[in-house]
Design a protein. Sequence first.
Length: 116
Amino acid sequence: MSGKYNWVCFECRYATRKLKINKTISKCPDCGNDLYCLGYKVAIPKKANSKAWKSMKNCSFCLDITYLEQEAKNKVKEKHQLEKEIIRLENLSDNKENRKALKKLKTRLESLNVRL
Ligand SMILES: [Zn+2]
């Protein structure tokens, strides 16, 4: 695995390979729309092959990857928020209510179980 992912713009049939370190979504240099990340397993068709591009756009497997990655991103965001809230509560006075809230947050955090 090279660690590079395919990023495409369905409108312009633009494709590029990029490392997935940066958290920001890459933009299409032609139309400025967000690029879709299709992972590293999907073969990108030639620009002239409009049929292949169309089927790729409708390919649930390809779009699932995008969807799953978006899900993962949302989870990471929620995890950070939970962690911040936990720290805040831990610094508050130790009473029954705070302990209860803290327990709830930690349970939620565990259920997210984010793997990066
Ligand atoms: Zn574009």
